[in-house]
Design a binder for this molecule. Structure first.
Ligand code: GLU
Length: 550
Protein backbone atom coordinates (compact mmCIF):
# COMPACT_ATOMS: atom_id res chain seq x y z
CA UNK A 1 0.00 0.00 0.00
CA UNK A 2 1.47 3.36 -0.99
CA UNK A 3 1.52 6.41 1.25
CA UNK A 4 -0.84 8.06 -1.16
CA UNK A 5 -3.37 5.27 -0.81
CA UNK A 6 -3.07 5.48 2.95
CA UNK A 7 -3.55 9.26 2.82
CA UNK A 8 -6.72 8.73 0.76
CA UNK A 9 -7.99 6.19 3.23
CA UNK A 10 -7.50 8.64 6.10
CA UNK A 11 -8.75 11.74 4.32
CA UNK A 12 -11.11 10.50 1.60
CA UNK A 13 -12.93 13.82 1.33
CA UNK A 14 -9.92 16.05 1.12
CA UNK A 15 -9.47 16.81 -2.55
CA UNK A 16 -7.70 20.15 -2.49
CA UNK A 17 -3.93 20.21 -2.26
CA UNK A 18 -1.56 22.67 -0.66
CA UNK A 19 -0.97 24.14 -4.13
CA UNK A 20 -4.72 24.73 -4.48
CA UNK A 21 -4.72 26.69 -1.25
CA UNK A 22 -1.63 28.60 -2.28
CA UNK A 23 -3.56 29.68 -5.35
CA UNK A 24 -6.58 30.60 -3.30
CA UNK A 25 -4.47 32.68 -0.92
CA UNK A 26 -1.79 34.26 -3.07
CA UNK A 27 1.15 36.06 -1.52
CA UNK A 28 0.17 39.48 -0.29
CA UNK A 29 1.02 42.35 -2.51
CA UNK A 30 2.62 44.59 0.07
CA UNK A 31 5.62 46.80 0.42
CA UNK A 32 8.80 44.92 1.20
CA UNK A 33 8.97 46.44 4.68
CA UNK A 34 5.29 45.93 5.46
CA UNK A 35 4.73 43.68 8.44
CA UNK A 36 1.81 41.29 8.60
CA UNK A 37 0.85 40.49 12.17
CA UNK A 38 -2.05 38.92 13.87
CA UNK A 39 -3.76 38.68 17.19
CA UNK A 40 -4.84 35.11 17.70
CA UNK A 41 -6.78 34.66 20.91
CA UNK A 42 -8.66 31.58 21.96
CA UNK A 43 -12.27 32.49 22.64
CA UNK A 44 -12.05 31.39 26.23
CA UNK A 45 -12.87 34.54 28.13
CA UNK A 46 -12.16 38.19 28.66
CA UNK A 47 -9.30 40.27 27.33
CA UNK A 48 -6.64 40.75 29.97
CA UNK A 49 -3.78 43.15 30.09
CA UNK A 50 -1.36 40.58 28.67
CA UNK A 51 -3.45 39.95 25.57
CA UNK A 52 -4.15 43.65 25.23
CA UNK A 53 -0.40 44.17 25.30
CA UNK A 54 0.32 41.63 22.52
CA UNK A 55 -2.48 42.90 20.32
CA UNK A 56 -1.37 46.47 20.92
CA UNK A 57 2.17 45.70 19.83
CA UNK A 58 0.97 43.68 16.84
CA UNK A 59 -1.33 46.49 15.74
CA UNK A 60 1.34 49.13 16.24
CA UNK A 61 3.99 47.30 14.24
CA UNK A 62 1.61 46.64 11.35
CA UNK A 63 0.39 50.23 11.29
CA UNK A 64 3.81 51.80 11.36
CA UNK A 65 4.97 49.72 8.38
CA UNK A 66 1.78 50.07 6.34
CA UNK A 67 1.21 46.41 6.92
CA UNK A 68 -1.75 44.31 7.97
CA UNK A 69 -2.93 43.19 11.36
CA UNK A 70 -5.68 40.61 11.46
CA UNK A 71 -7.76 38.89 14.11
CA UNK A 72 -7.80 35.12 14.03
CA UNK A 73 -9.87 33.15 16.48
CA UNK A 74 -8.19 29.99 17.69
CA UNK A 75 -11.04 27.76 18.75
CA UNK A 76 -9.59 24.33 18.15
CA UNK A 77 -9.97 23.46 21.79
CA UNK A 78 -13.71 23.05 21.54
CA UNK A 79 -14.06 22.12 25.18
CA UNK A 80 -12.83 25.48 26.45
CA UNK A 81 -15.02 27.77 24.36
CA UNK A 82 -16.85 30.50 26.22
CA UNK A 83 -20.01 31.86 24.68
CA UNK A 84 -19.84 35.36 23.22
CA UNK A 85 -16.08 35.61 23.73
CA UNK A 86 -15.46 36.71 20.17
CA UNK A 87 -17.89 39.60 20.53
CA UNK A 88 -16.30 40.55 23.83
CA UNK A 89 -12.77 40.38 22.54
CA UNK A 90 -13.65 42.58 19.58
CA UNK A 91 -15.51 45.06 21.79
CA UNK A 92 -12.81 45.26 24.47
CA UNK A 93 -10.05 45.80 21.96
CA UNK A 94 -12.06 48.37 20.06
CA UNK A 95 -12.41 50.30 23.31
CA UNK A 96 -8.65 50.41 23.30
CA UNK A 97 -8.55 51.64 19.71
CA UNK A 98 -7.35 48.28 18.47
CA UNK A 99 -9.14 47.32 15.31
CA UNK A 100 -8.16 44.90 12.62
CA UNK A 101 -7.71 45.12 8.88
CA UNK A 102 -8.96 41.58 8.41
CA UNK A 103 -10.47 38.81 10.42
CA UNK A 104 -13.49 38.17 12.55
CA UNK A 105 -15.80 41.14 13.02
CA UNK A 106 -18.45 39.28 15.04
CA UNK A 107 -19.17 35.73 16.16
CA UNK A 108 -20.13 34.78 12.62
CA UNK A 109 -18.91 37.42 10.21
CA UNK A 110 -15.48 38.25 8.97
CA UNK A 111 -13.71 40.43 6.44
CA UNK A 112 -10.61 39.86 4.33
CA UNK A 113 -9.41 37.51 1.60
CA UNK A 114 -7.44 35.07 3.70
CA UNK A 115 -10.20 33.51 5.75
CA UNK A 116 -11.93 31.77 7.25
CA UNK A 117 -10.39 33.55 10.22
CA UNK A 118 -11.80 31.14 12.76
CA UNK A 119 -9.98 27.85 13.03
CA UNK A 120 -12.99 25.59 13.44
CA UNK A 121 -14.01 26.54 9.90
CA UNK A 122 -10.62 25.63 8.47
CA UNK A 123 -10.72 21.90 9.16
CA UNK A 124 -10.38 20.92 5.49
CA UNK A 125 -7.41 23.18 5.04
CA UNK A 126 -5.51 21.64 7.96
CA UNK A 127 -6.39 18.19 6.78
CA UNK A 128 -5.08 18.94 3.28
CA UNK A 129 -1.74 19.86 4.83
CA UNK A 130 -1.79 16.75 7.02
CA UNK A 131 -2.71 14.62 4.02
CA UNK A 132 0.35 15.90 2.21
CA UNK A 133 2.55 14.86 5.14
CA UNK A 134 1.07 11.35 5.11
CA UNK A 135 1.66 11.11 1.38
CA UNK A 136 5.27 12.09 1.93
CA UNK A 137 5.71 9.68 4.81
CA UNK A 138 6.24 12.62 7.17
CA UNK A 139 3.24 11.95 9.40
CA UNK A 140 1.41 8.86 10.60
CA UNK A 141 -1.68 7.71 12.44
CA UNK A 142 -0.98 6.79 16.02
CA UNK A 143 -3.22 4.35 17.86
CA UNK A 144 -1.79 4.69 21.35
CA UNK A 145 -4.65 4.50 23.82
CA UNK A 146 -5.08 6.74 26.80
CA UNK A 147 -3.90 3.94 29.07
CA UNK A 148 -0.84 3.29 26.96
CA UNK A 149 0.01 6.99 27.00
CA UNK A 150 -0.33 7.08 30.76
CA UNK A 151 1.84 4.05 31.14
CA UNK A 152 4.43 5.60 28.85
CA UNK A 153 4.48 8.67 31.02
CA UNK A 154 4.92 6.66 34.19
CA UNK A 155 7.81 4.72 32.71
CA UNK A 156 9.47 7.92 31.49
CA UNK A 157 9.03 9.60 34.83
CA UNK A 158 10.33 6.60 36.74
CA UNK A 159 13.44 6.38 34.57
CA UNK A 160 13.85 10.16 34.51
CA UNK A 161 13.60 10.31 30.77
CA UNK A 162 12.15 13.13 28.70
CA UNK A 163 8.41 12.90 28.39
CA UNK A 164 6.62 12.44 25.10
CA UNK A 165 6.27 10.23 22.10
CA UNK A 166 9.70 9.83 20.53
CA UNK A 167 12.26 7.16 19.72
CA UNK A 168 11.24 3.76 21.01
CA UNK A 169 8.06 5.21 22.51
CA UNK A 170 6.76 6.20 19.08
CA UNK A 171 5.29 2.77 18.63
CA UNK A 172 3.30 3.36 15.47
CA UNK A 173 5.85 5.49 13.68
CA UNK A 174 7.03 2.73 11.38
CA UNK A 175 4.01 0.49 11.26
CA UNK A 176 3.63 -0.77 7.67
CA UNK A 177 0.85 0.96 5.76
CA UNK A 178 -1.11 -2.29 5.38
CA UNK A 179 -1.31 -2.75 9.12
CA UNK A 180 -2.22 0.89 9.61
CA UNK A 181 -5.02 0.48 7.07
CA UNK A 182 -6.26 -2.63 8.80
CA UNK A 183 -6.51 -0.85 12.13
CA UNK A 184 -8.30 2.08 10.55
CA UNK A 185 -10.70 -0.25 8.77
CA UNK A 186 -11.34 -1.97 12.08
CA UNK A 187 -12.45 1.36 13.47
CA UNK A 188 -9.57 1.79 15.96
CA UNK A 189 -9.40 5.40 17.08
CA UNK A 190 -6.28 7.36 16.19
CA UNK A 191 -4.70 10.76 15.93
CA UNK A 192 -2.11 11.99 13.42
CA UNK A 193 1.45 12.62 14.53
CA UNK A 194 4.34 14.31 12.82
CA UNK A 195 7.18 11.91 12.07
CA UNK A 196 9.73 14.22 13.58
CA UNK A 197 12.96 14.38 11.59
CA UNK A 198 14.72 16.02 14.55
CA UNK A 199 17.68 14.77 16.52
CA UNK A 200 17.70 15.75 20.16
CA UNK A 201 21.50 15.77 20.23
CA UNK A 202 21.64 18.45 17.57
CA UNK A 203 21.03 22.13 18.15
CA UNK A 204 18.74 24.54 16.44
CA UNK A 205 19.17 28.30 16.82
CA UNK A 206 16.18 30.61 16.56
CA UNK A 207 16.46 34.35 16.41
CA UNK A 208 13.78 36.00 18.50
CA UNK A 209 13.29 39.68 17.79
CA UNK A 210 13.20 40.47 21.50
CA UNK A 211 15.38 37.82 23.06
CA UNK A 212 17.96 37.50 20.33
CA UNK A 213 19.44 34.12 19.46
CA UNK A 214 18.06 31.20 21.45
CA UNK A 215 19.56 27.76 21.16
CA UNK A 216 17.46 24.63 21.61
CA UNK A 217 17.94 20.93 21.08
CA UNK A 218 16.10 19.88 17.93
CA UNK A 219 12.62 18.57 18.47
CA UNK A 220 12.45 14.82 18.16
CA UNK A 221 8.98 14.35 19.59
CA UNK A 222 6.30 13.08 17.26
CA UNK A 223 3.82 15.77 18.08
CA UNK A 224 0.15 15.41 17.45
CA UNK A 225 -0.88 17.48 14.46
CA UNK A 226 -4.49 16.36 14.01
CA UNK A 227 -6.58 15.40 17.02
CA UNK A 228 -9.33 12.79 17.30
CA UNK A 229 -11.98 15.35 16.42
CA UNK A 230 -10.19 16.07 13.16
CA UNK A 231 -9.10 19.53 14.29
CA UNK A 232 -5.45 20.50 14.45
CA UNK A 233 -3.36 21.15 17.51
CA UNK A 234 -2.21 24.70 18.16
CA UNK A 235 1.21 24.01 16.63
CA UNK A 236 -0.12 22.67 13.37
CA UNK A 237 -2.76 25.36 13.02
CA UNK A 238 -0.07 27.98 13.61
CA UNK A 239 1.96 26.59 10.72
CA UNK A 240 -0.94 26.31 8.29
CA UNK A 241 -2.63 29.59 9.16
CA UNK A 242 0.38 31.82 9.45
CA UNK A 243 1.74 30.38 6.22
CA UNK A 244 -1.44 30.84 4.18
CA UNK A 245 -2.35 34.16 5.77
CA UNK A 246 1.09 35.54 5.00
CA UNK A 247 2.04 36.42 8.57
CA UNK A 248 5.53 37.90 8.60
CA UNK A 249 5.80 38.49 12.36
CA UNK A 250 4.38 36.33 15.10
CA UNK A 251 4.04 38.44 18.22
CA UNK A 252 2.86 36.45 21.18
CA UNK A 253 3.33 35.69 24.84
CA UNK A 254 6.52 34.03 26.00
CA UNK A 255 4.71 30.90 27.09
CA UNK A 256 5.28 29.88 23.46
CA UNK A 257 9.08 30.26 23.45
CA UNK A 258 9.57 26.62 24.34
CA UNK A 259 7.49 25.60 21.31
CA UNK A 260 9.88 27.31 18.93
CA UNK A 261 11.86 24.17 18.03
CA UNK A 262 8.58 22.53 17.03
CA UNK A 263 7.38 25.50 15.03
CA UNK A 264 10.64 25.99 13.20
CA UNK A 265 10.68 22.29 12.44
CA UNK A 266 7.15 22.33 11.03
CA UNK A 267 8.02 25.15 8.66
CA UNK A 268 11.15 23.27 7.61
CA UNK A 269 9.29 20.05 6.97
CA UNK A 270 7.03 21.87 4.53
CA UNK A 271 9.89 23.88 3.05
CA UNK A 272 8.18 27.16 4.01
CA UNK A 273 9.94 30.25 5.24
CA UNK A 274 9.16 30.65 8.93
CA UNK A 275 7.83 34.01 10.11
CA UNK A 276 9.86 36.16 12.45
CA UNK A 277 9.07 35.60 16.11
CA UNK A 278 8.80 38.12 18.92
CA UNK A 279 7.93 36.74 22.35
CA UNK A 280 6.70 39.30 24.80
CA UNK A 281 7.50 38.76 28.45
CA UNK A 282 4.62 38.67 30.86
CA UNK A 283 3.80 41.68 33.00
CA UNK A 284 5.21 41.26 36.47
CA UNK A 285 4.41 42.64 39.87
CA UNK A 286 5.93 42.60 43.32
CA UNK A 287 4.04 40.06 45.34
CA UNK A 288 2.56 41.65 48.41
CA UNK A 289 3.18 38.63 50.56
CA UNK A 290 6.61 37.47 49.50
CA UNK A 291 8.06 40.76 48.23
CA UNK A 292 9.36 38.84 45.21
CA UNK A 293 8.71 39.50 41.53
CA UNK A 294 6.03 37.35 39.94
CA UNK A 295 3.76 37.25 36.91
CA UNK A 296 0.43 39.02 37.14
CA UNK A 297 -2.05 36.28 37.76
CA UNK A 298 -5.64 36.00 36.54
CA UNK A 299 -6.60 34.50 39.85
CA UNK A 300 -4.89 36.87 42.25
CA UNK A 301 -4.67 40.22 40.50
CA UNK A 302 -7.80 42.13 39.57
CA UNK A 303 -5.63 44.63 37.68
CA UNK A 304 -4.96 42.00 35.04
CA UNK A 305 -8.50 42.30 33.66
CA UNK A 306 -9.03 45.26 31.36
CA UNK A 307 -12.44 45.75 32.97
CA UNK A 308 -10.50 46.87 36.07
CA UNK A 309 -9.39 50.05 34.28
CA UNK A 310 -12.81 50.66 32.87
CA UNK A 311 -14.37 50.40 36.31
CA UNK A 312 -11.66 52.57 37.81
CA UNK A 313 -12.38 55.24 35.19
CA UNK A 314 -8.87 55.28 33.80
CA UNK A 315 -9.02 56.52 30.24
CA UNK A 316 -8.14 53.90 27.64
CA UNK A 317 -5.63 56.30 26.10
CA UNK A 318 -3.73 56.40 29.38
CA UNK A 319 -3.59 52.62 29.52
CA UNK A 320 -2.23 52.61 25.97
CA UNK A 321 0.36 55.23 26.83
CA UNK A 322 1.36 53.10 29.75
CA UNK A 323 1.59 49.99 27.60
CA UNK A 324 3.84 51.85 25.20
CA UNK A 325 5.95 52.96 28.15
CA UNK A 326 6.52 49.37 29.15
CA UNK A 327 6.79 48.17 25.56
CA UNK A 328 9.65 50.45 24.57
CA UNK A 329 12.17 51.75 27.07
CA UNK A 330 12.76 54.94 25.06
CA UNK A 331 9.11 55.93 24.78
CA UNK A 332 8.92 57.87 28.02
CA UNK A 333 11.79 60.15 27.07
CA UNK A 334 10.31 60.61 23.62
CA UNK A 335 6.95 61.53 25.08
CA UNK A 336 8.53 63.97 27.52
CA UNK A 337 10.22 65.64 24.59
CA UNK A 338 7.03 65.58 22.50
CA UNK A 339 4.28 65.99 25.07
CA UNK A 340 1.67 66.98 22.55
CA UNK A 341 2.49 64.37 19.96
CA UNK A 342 0.26 61.41 19.29
CA UNK A 343 1.62 58.02 20.23
CA UNK A 344 1.14 57.06 16.58
CA UNK A 345 4.12 59.22 15.72
CA UNK A 346 6.40 57.14 17.88
CA UNK A 347 8.24 54.31 16.16
CA UNK A 348 8.10 51.06 18.06
CA UNK A 349 11.28 49.02 18.00
CA UNK A 350 11.59 45.35 19.00
CA UNK A 351 15.14 45.99 20.14
CA UNK A 352 13.86 48.29 22.85
CA UNK A 353 11.56 45.72 24.44
CA UNK A 354 12.65 44.33 27.78
CA UNK A 355 13.22 40.60 27.57
CA UNK A 356 12.98 40.13 31.29
CA UNK A 357 9.40 41.25 31.83
CA UNK A 358 8.24 44.72 32.75
CA UNK A 359 7.13 45.48 36.25
CA UNK A 360 3.55 46.59 36.20
CA UNK A 361 3.24 49.76 38.22
CA UNK A 362 -0.24 51.06 38.96
CA UNK A 363 1.19 54.22 40.48
CA UNK A 364 2.92 55.03 37.24
CA UNK A 365 -0.22 54.34 35.25
CA UNK A 366 -2.06 56.75 37.52
CA UNK A 367 0.52 59.42 36.86
CA UNK A 368 0.28 58.93 33.14
CA UNK A 369 -3.46 59.08 33.46
CA UNK A 370 -3.29 62.30 35.51
CA UNK A 371 -1.17 63.88 32.85
CA UNK A 372 -3.44 62.67 30.12
CA UNK A 373 -6.62 63.96 31.75
CA UNK A 374 -4.96 67.29 32.55
CA UNK A 375 -4.50 67.86 28.83
CA UNK A 376 -8.15 67.27 27.95
CA UNK A 377 -10.47 70.16 27.30
CA UNK A 378 -13.01 70.93 30.00
CA UNK A 379 -15.80 69.79 27.69
CA UNK A 380 -14.04 66.48 27.17
CA UNK A 381 -13.66 66.01 30.91
CA UNK A 382 -17.35 66.77 31.22
CA UNK A 383 -18.36 64.32 28.50
CA UNK A 384 -16.19 61.52 29.69
CA UNK A 385 -16.97 61.94 33.35
CA UNK A 386 -20.63 61.84 32.43
CA UNK A 387 -20.19 58.61 30.47
CA UNK A 388 -18.38 57.13 33.44
CA UNK A 389 -20.93 58.37 35.96
CA UNK A 390 -23.84 57.07 33.87
CA UNK A 391 -22.40 53.62 34.29
CA UNK A 392 -21.07 53.79 37.84
CA UNK A 393 -22.56 56.77 39.72
CA UNK A 394 -26.04 57.71 38.59
CA UNK A 395 -26.52 60.38 41.27
CA UNK A 396 -23.46 62.27 40.10
CA UNK A 397 -24.47 61.75 36.46
CA UNK A 398 -27.76 63.48 37.12
CA UNK A 399 -25.97 66.45 38.69
CA UNK A 400 -23.69 66.70 35.70
CA UNK A 401 -26.68 66.62 33.41
CA UNK A 402 -28.53 69.18 35.48
CA UNK A 403 -25.60 71.65 35.40
CA UNK A 404 -23.66 71.08 32.20
CA UNK A 405 -22.21 74.58 31.83
CA UNK A 406 -21.49 75.02 35.50
CA UNK A 407 -19.78 71.62 35.66
CA UNK A 408 -17.72 72.34 32.57
CA UNK A 409 -16.68 75.65 34.13
CA UNK A 410 -15.55 73.79 37.26
CA UNK A 411 -13.47 71.43 35.14
CA UNK A 412 -12.05 74.40 33.34
CA UNK A 413 -10.40 75.85 36.44
CA UNK A 414 -6.64 75.81 35.82
CA UNK A 415 -7.12 73.84 32.61
CA UNK A 416 -6.37 74.59 28.97
CA UNK A 417 -3.20 76.38 29.96
CA UNK A 418 0.50 75.66 29.75
CA UNK A 419 0.74 73.85 33.06
CA UNK A 420 -2.73 72.53 33.69
CA UNK A 421 -3.73 71.28 37.11
CA UNK A 422 -3.41 67.53 37.58
CA UNK A 423 -6.20 66.63 39.95
CA UNK A 424 -7.83 63.65 38.37
CA UNK A 425 -6.09 60.36 37.75
CA UNK A 426 -9.40 58.78 36.80
CA UNK A 427 -12.89 59.86 35.85
CA UNK A 428 -13.92 58.33 39.14
CA UNK A 429 -11.70 60.86 40.94
CA UNK A 430 -13.54 63.81 39.46
CA UNK A 431 -16.37 63.68 41.95
CA UNK A 432 -13.96 63.29 44.85
CA UNK A 433 -12.24 66.48 43.75
CA UNK A 434 -15.23 68.71 43.01
CA UNK A 435 -18.15 67.45 45.09
CA UNK A 436 -18.20 70.59 47.26
CA UNK A 437 -19.08 72.71 44.26
CA UNK A 438 -22.55 71.15 44.17
CA UNK A 439 -24.99 72.25 46.87
CA UNK A 440 -26.71 68.89 46.53
CA UNK A 441 -23.52 67.23 47.79
CA UNK A 442 -22.42 70.00 50.13
CA UNK A 443 -24.95 69.12 52.83
CA UNK A 444 -25.22 67.13 55.98
CA UNK A 445 -22.39 66.59 58.36
CA UNK A 446 -19.50 68.40 56.77
CA UNK A 447 -16.04 67.91 58.13
CA UNK A 448 -14.14 71.20 57.83
CA UNK A 449 -10.40 70.77 57.50
CA UNK A 450 -9.04 73.96 59.02
CA UNK A 451 -5.33 74.16 59.43
CA UNK A 452 -3.27 76.59 61.44
CA UNK A 453 -6.04 79.08 62.10
CA UNK A 454 -8.73 77.08 63.79
CA UNK A 455 -9.93 79.31 66.59
CA UNK A 456 -13.64 79.84 66.08
CA UNK A 457 -13.82 83.53 66.88
CA UNK A 458 -10.73 84.26 64.77
CA UNK A 459 -12.28 82.42 61.83
CA UNK A 460 -15.46 84.37 62.40
CA UNK A 461 -13.57 87.68 62.36
CA UNK A 462 -11.73 86.80 59.14
CA UNK A 463 -14.89 85.74 57.34
CA UNK A 464 -17.09 88.58 58.47
CA UNK A 465 -14.45 91.22 57.75
CA UNK A 466 -13.83 89.77 54.33
CA UNK A 467 -17.41 89.39 53.24
CA UNK A 468 -18.70 92.65 54.65
CA UNK A 469 -15.79 94.86 53.76
CA UNK A 470 -13.79 93.43 50.87
CA UNK A 471 -15.60 90.82 48.81
CA UNK A 472 -17.05 91.97 45.52
CA UNK A 473 -18.21 89.43 42.99
CA UNK A 474 -17.13 91.65 40.09
CA UNK A 475 -13.48 91.99 41.10
CA UNK A 476 -10.90 90.80 38.66
CA UNK A 477 -8.30 88.40 39.91
CA UNK A 478 -5.68 91.01 40.71
CA UNK A 479 -8.08 93.22 42.65
CA UNK A 480 -9.38 90.17 44.43
CA UNK A 481 -5.93 89.17 45.55
CA UNK A 482 -4.95 92.69 46.58
CA UNK A 483 -8.00 92.76 48.77
CA UNK A 484 -7.02 89.50 50.43
CA UNK A 485 -3.67 91.13 51.16
CA UNK A 486 -5.34 94.20 52.60
CA UNK A 487 -7.55 92.02 54.70
CA UNK A 488 -4.46 90.18 55.96
CA UNK A 489 -2.77 93.41 56.91
CA UNK A 490 -5.86 94.68 58.71
CA UNK A 491 -6.08 91.55 60.83
CA UNK A 492 -2.38 91.20 61.65
CA UNK A 493 -1.39 88.61 59.03
CA UNK A 494 1.60 89.26 56.80
CA UNK A 495 0.51 89.99 53.19
CA UNK A 496 3.87 88.98 51.74
CA UNK A 497 5.27 85.48 52.09
CA UNK A 498 8.92 86.54 51.91
CA UNK A 499 8.50 89.11 54.62
CA UNK A 500 6.63 86.61 56.68
CA UNK A 501 9.38 84.03 56.43
CA UNK A 502 11.92 86.61 57.53
CA UNK A 503 9.99 87.40 60.71
CA UNK A 504 7.21 84.89 61.39
CA UNK A 505 6.85 85.91 65.03
CA UNK A 506 5.87 89.42 64.10
CA UNK A 507 2.51 88.23 62.69
CA UNK A 508 -0.46 86.07 63.57
CA UNK A 509 0.10 84.29 60.29
CA UNK A 510 0.25 85.11 56.60
CA UNK A 511 -1.91 85.72 53.57
CA UNK A 512 -2.07 82.03 52.78
CA UNK A 513 -3.61 81.33 56.17
CA UNK A 514 -6.28 83.89 55.40
CA UNK A 515 -7.04 82.26 52.04
CA UNK A 516 -7.20 78.88 53.71
CA UNK A 517 -9.84 80.05 56.14
CA UNK A 518 -12.01 81.36 53.32
CA UNK A 519 -11.37 78.27 51.26
CA UNK A 520 -12.24 75.83 54.03
CA UNK A 521 -15.32 77.76 55.10
CA UNK A 522 -16.68 77.58 51.56
CA UNK A 523 -15.57 74.14 50.45
CA UNK A 524 -14.59 72.34 53.66
CA UNK A 525 -11.32 71.36 51.96
CA UNK A 526 -7.90 72.82 52.64
CA UNK A 527 -6.77 72.07 49.09
CA UNK A 528 -8.77 73.14 46.08
CA UNK A 529 -8.11 74.62 42.69
CA UNK A 530 -7.87 78.38 42.36
CA UNK A 531 -9.93 80.06 45.10
CA UNK A 532 -10.74 83.11 43.01
CA UNK A 533 -12.35 80.90 40.34
CA UNK A 534 -14.23 78.95 42.96
CA UNK A 535 -15.67 82.12 44.50
CA UNK A 536 -16.71 83.29 41.07
CA UNK A 537 -18.44 80.06 40.22
CA UNK A 538 -20.21 79.79 43.56
CA UNK A 539 -21.54 83.33 43.26
CA UNK A 540 -22.65 85.74 45.99
CA UNK A 541 -25.83 84.00 47.01
CA UNK A 542 -24.35 80.58 47.50
CA UNK A 543 -21.33 82.05 49.22
CA UNK A 544 -23.61 83.82 51.69
CA UNK A 545 -25.58 80.64 52.28
CA UNK A 546 -22.50 78.62 52.90
CA UNK A 547 -21.02 81.17 55.24
CA UNK A 548 -24.21 81.47 57.24
CA UNK A 549 -24.62 77.66 57.39
CA UNK A 550 -21.07 77.41 58.49
N1 GLU B 1 -4.19 31.03 20.67
C1 GLU B 1 -2.89 31.28 21.19
C2 GLU B 1 -3.02 31.93 22.55
O1 GLU B 1 -4.08 32.44 22.86
C3 GLU B 1 -2.17 32.21 20.25
C4 GLU B 1 -0.72 32.30 20.40
C5 GLU B 1 -0.17 32.95 19.15
O2 GLU B 1 -0.32 34.15 19.01
O3 GLU B 1 0.37 32.24 18.31
O4 GLU B 1 -2.10 31.93 23.32
Amino acid sequence: MTNKELANLIFPNITKTIADYENLYPKRNLDEKAVVTRFAPSPTGFVHLGSLFSSFVARKVATQTNGICFLRIEDTDQERLVENSVTEIIRDLKNYQIEFDEGMVSEEEEKGNYGPYIQSKRKDIYQAFAKYLIEEGLAYPCFLTKEELEEMREVQEASKERLGCYGKYAKYRDLPNEMVAEKINNGEPYIIRLKSPGNFDKKVVVNDLIRGKIEFPENDIDLIIIKKDGLPTYHFAHLVDDYLMGTTHVIRGDEWVSSLPVHVQLFEVFGFKAPKYAHLSPLMKIDEETGGKRKLSKRKDPELAVSFYHEAGIPEEAVLLYLMTIANSNFEAWFDANPNASMNEFTFDFKKVSASGALFDLEKLNNISKNYISKLKATEVYDRTLIYAKEFDLAFASLLEKYPDYSTAIFNIEREQKKPRKDYATFKDVKKEVWYMYDELFTGDINYEFGKVNDKSEIHTILSTYFTKYYNVNDDKETWFNKIKELSKELGYCPDMKEYKAAPDAYKGNVADISTVIRVALTSCSQTPDLYEILKLLGTERIQNRISNF
